[in-house]
Design a protein around this ligand. Sequence first.
Ligand code: ZN
Length: 184
Amino acid sequence: MVYPVVVYGDPVLRKKAVDIPKGEDISKLVADMYETMYAAEGMGLAAPQIGKGVRLFVVDTTMVEDEPELKEFKQVFVNAEILETSGETASEEEGCLSIPNIREQVVRDTIIRMRWFDEKWNAYEDTFSGWRARVIQHEYDHIEGTLFIDHLNPLRKRLLKGKLTDISKGMVRTSYRILAPLRK
Ligand code: ZN
């Protein structure tokens, strides 16, 4: 089932998401999230973006041709925790399905250490770097109630204010279905 993507202004994007009880059957939810993400041509999707305040996100960057480290990266992250960050940062351009048609430079840690479960409740711990670390941190932000625009400086954010208001009213063109909180 393809969900509409919840966009900027909806309180669900601002809430810290809660852990999923261990052992719960989430196969349908995970399948729906992948379906929704592919329909919107996204590389990552977090549960709050389909209106569910749980700590789950999915990533599939296998379609990215020019970044070798993204080519084979497809993973479900359940109840993820970032254990450690490098402190060393880099800036790259990011976008978000919940903030359509806005792309900005975002500074993020270049290396992160993570702990998480997959959809079958197998436990993992691993280190990610570069683009993988960036994609994960973007999605992880979503389950913490943070959006990439929160990392921008105040001036940059102020310049986007009009566009963000339009998005929250549904006044934005997208190739996928959205759920805009202030649409009349
Ligand atoms: Zn996003």
